[in-house]
Design a binder for this molecule. Structure first.
Ligand code: PEP
Ligand code: MG
Length: 754
């Protein structure tokens, strides 16, 4: 059964559209369970009906015709209760409704299970038997497991099918896909698909420019793989038995097979580039092997996959992924990474769309820093079909439209106009002091990472840098930058803001910030080798960096040094030891380096309870609300599936932050917040109510927060905090804050929030 399950799901996943996906499901289930009928009903939300969309066994003409209002009949009952229903005689059940179109009268046994995705019932999977038959528990769980696995595939097939249809149509059509979260803004531009190398499934379709050259390159790649195989076989000849060596011959034969090579060549002639055409032929081959009954032959599917990957690697070597970007680029990918984003020249990039990730992912943070709308966690994103397509990205509501209609364009223009008006209005605040309505000054700093962040940060009147993420310049390189190279980069930031303070955070790689040249493979990267842990295990990397940072500050003396991911005093002592060592070495070398104020990030929950001990060792604290939220709530900040649960306004997060502020103040240390929360005007009101000393955020958010800050008095913000303190969940806190902003005439800020 497991085998059937796996194969069915694989087949469904590859189906190009929903009707084909559904017909595979009903055929496979009917065969596997030896039943008389298998059908799928899907929910039509608009008409509030369950519709028969595929059947193997009932009258095929009933497909699309049989519609039952929500809650009606046995299918309605399964969907309503979100539970399986197993009956030996359907007609005996009180909810039973007779449907003549499908020849119902001939069937007795009934088993229906709901198809659920993200708490939503998408439809019902039903099997029927002529005889009275109560299905065995094993059969019930089989259908149940299949339905659970199919939900994702159905969502995906719906999207790809819709997009496929859409792409074939000549008229403009509006089609929307939803993500789980975004960064604010609305833009229309052209998709540029990015993908990981040597991953066939991730290769997008792309039109071929020179057919003959493309075919020649493909044949050369096949030749190179064949050559490698022969070399491997020759190397192994003494150490492997003859029958195992024969495997290489079999692979070479497969490689030369008419189907594989000519199939791909045909694909190129039909207009797809070699990588896309290869993806199609390899997928076809894998499918054919996987369907074979003979277990040995079925296993050959993995050989085909391996051959495909080898050819692809060769093709990519001679044809590296395009780094040519044009104006109005919208970066699209299965999992767009921070480094892929940083590679695009900022003048070209206007939007980001990723099938994975959430608004707390680093790529979204970078997008926000650049003022670029992003939609994250678009589960059903048909990445392979989108290259070069026109897309409309609505970061406010985390929606994406392929080939936007005229009406939609007008809606987007309106949003952009409103946004421009708000930004224009906010500009008046640039030179006004950053203080509450009763005159208490609270500095607002900028978060930076890319050198291109500097100008916007200065332009919006940031009073310094509260978080300089030094890993960003590491992410955009293909090797570790040397000490002098780093010094030059850091110097530019320190100089641009001097004499205002610049808080430089030491390298925080790991988690979702992987360096291509320093790969780390872990089961739980966010709980693994990250931030200071890597720096302490690699003192040579850390010392080089600290030396570069200290030298960059010579003569400016506006540096503050911040340590990420500290989880206890041991790590802090070790890191301080290394900082002192670097400083002493530089002094001995005759450099005029100052010992900078030292701070620690409060982002691992353990240190929330160690403020006093940490305060004896450092000068200031900076709360990393992104990670603090992730670790306190046990919600992976990068996982779209749980993005709804990621909320820094959760009462537990608020309590942790307040505790840090209170305790730090008791021992005379200052506290800042530099996570995304600081840039949310609503959340900022609460942080100010708690007495935060400064806030650091992306420059795109700074004037919005300033507007909120200047519109409320300290007393008003403390009252708001008192009121929020009584609320038990994040949604209630958010709605309280939003209504306070609206009441204060700051409704324009609410749309930009969550
Ligand atoms: C944070 O965790 O809140 C933070 C500012 O650091 P980063 O987002 O870079 O992990
Ligand atoms: Mg962090």
């Amino acid at each position: 059964m497991l085998d059937i399950l796996r194969r069915t799901i694989q087949e469904v996943n590859r189906a190009p559209d929903l009707p084909r996906a559904l017909s595979i499901i009903v055929r496979c289930v009917k065969q596997a369970m030896v039943v008389d009928v298998c059908s799928v009903y899907l929910s039509d939300e608009e008409r509030r009906q369950n519709v028969l969309l595929a059947t193997d066994g009932y009258n095929p003409e009933a497909v699309g015709e049989v519609r039952m209002d929500f809650g009606r009949g046995l299918v309605g009952e399964v969907a309503r209760r979100e539970e399986p229903l197993n009956l030996d005689n359907a007609a005996d059940h009180p909810a039973y409704v007779f449907a003549s179109e499908i020849g119902e009268e001939h069937y007795h046994g009934f088993l229906g299970v709901p198809i659920v995705q993200h708490r939503k019932v998408l439809g019902v999977l039903v099997v029927r038997q002529h005889e009275r038959r109560r299905f065995a528990e094993q059969e019930e769980t089989f259908l149940f497991t299949l339905a659970a696995q199919l939900a994702g595939a159905i969502t995906h097939a719906t999207a790809s099918g819709e997009i496929d249809r859409l792409l074939r149509e000549t008229n403009e059509t509006r089609y929307a896909l939803s993500g789980v979260s975004g960064t604010p803004g609305a833009v229309i531009g052209k998709a540029h698909v990015v993908y990981p190398l040597a991953n066939l499934d991730a290769i997008p379709d792309r039109p071929v420019e020179d057919v003959e050259a493309e075919i020649a390159e493909f044949r050369a790649a096949v030749g190179a793989v064949e050559h490698d195989m022969r070399m491997m076989s020759a190397r192994m000849v003494d150490s492997l038995p003859a029958e195992d060596i024969a495997l290489f011959d079999a692979l070479i034969l497969m490689l030369r097979s008419e189907n594989l090579v000519e199939g791909t060549v045909d694909g190129v002639r039909a207009g797809n580039w070699a990588q896309g055409a290869l993806r199609d032929t390899i997928t076809e081959h894998i499918k054919a092997f996987e369907q074979m009954e003979d277990p040995y032959l079925r296993e050959r599917a993995s050989d085909v996959r391996d051959l495909g990957r080898r050819i692809l690697e060769n093709l990519q070597r001679s044809h590296p992924p395009s780094a040519e970007y044009t104006e109005n680029t919208i970066l699209v990918g299965e999992e767009v990474s921070a480094s892929q984003l940083a590679e695009v020249p900022p003048r070209y990039l206007i939007g980001v769309v990723s099938a994975r990730g959430s608004s707390a992912s680093h790529v979204a943070i970078l997008a926000r820093a650049l003022g670029i709308p992003a939609v994250m966690g678009v589960d059903a994103l048909p990445v392979g079909k989108l290259e070069g397509q026109e897309l409309a990205v609505d970061g406010y509501q985390a929606r994406l439209f392929v080939r936007p209609s005229q009406t939609l364009r007008e809606e987007f223009s309106r949003l952009q106009r409103e946004e421009a008006e708000l930004s224009e209005g906010l500009k008046k605040l640039i030179d006004l002091p950053s203080e509450t309505s009763d005159g208490v000054a609270v500095p607002l700093y900028a978060n930076t990472g890319l050198l291109t962040d500097i100008t916007p940060s200065l332009r919006c009147g940031a009073q310094g840098v509260g978080l300089y993420r030094t890993e960003v310049p590491f992410l955009v390189r293909d090797r570790f930058p040397g000490e002098e190279e780093q010094r030059t980069i850091y110097r530019q930031v320190l100089e641009a803001f001097a004499p205002a303070p610049v808080t430089v955070r030491t390298l925080d790689i790991g988690g979702d910030k992987m360096l291509s040249y320093f790969p780390v493979v872990e089961d739980n990267p966010f709980l693994g080798w990250r931030g200071i842990r890597i720096s302490l295990d690699h003192p040579e990397i850390f010392l080089t960096q600290v030396r570069a940072i200290l030298r960059a500050d010579v003569g400016l003396n506006n540096l503050q040094l911040l340590l990420p991911m500290i989880s206890g005093v041991g790590e802090l002592d070790a890191a301080i030891g290394l900082v002192k060592r670097a400083w002493e070495e530089l002094q001995k070398e005759g450099e005029q380096v100052e010992y900078p104020p030292l701070g620690v990030m409060i982002e691992v929950p353990s240190v929330v309870y160690q403020i006093e001990a940490l305060a004896q060792r450092v000068d200031f604290f900076s709360i990393g609300s992104n990670d603090l939220t992730q670790y306190l709530l046990a919600v992976d900040r990068n996982n779209a599936q749980v993005a709804e649960l990621f909320d820094a306004l959760h009462p537990a997060v608020l309590r942790a932050i307040r505790q840090v502020i209170t305790q730090a103040h008791q021992v005379g240390k200052s506290v800042s917040v530099c996570g995304e929360m600081a840039g949310d005007p609503a959340a900022a009101l609460l942080l100010l109510g708690m007495g935060i000393d400064s806030l650091s955020m992306s420059s795109a958010s700074l004037l919005r927060v300033k507007w909120a800050l200047r519109s409320f008095s300290c007393k008003q913000m403390q009252d708001l905090l008192d009121e929020a303190w009584l609320l038990e969940d994040a949604a209630a806190v958010r709605s309280l804050l939003h209504s306070s902003l609206v009441d204060a005439g700051l409704g324009g800020l609410v749309r930009a929030g969550r």
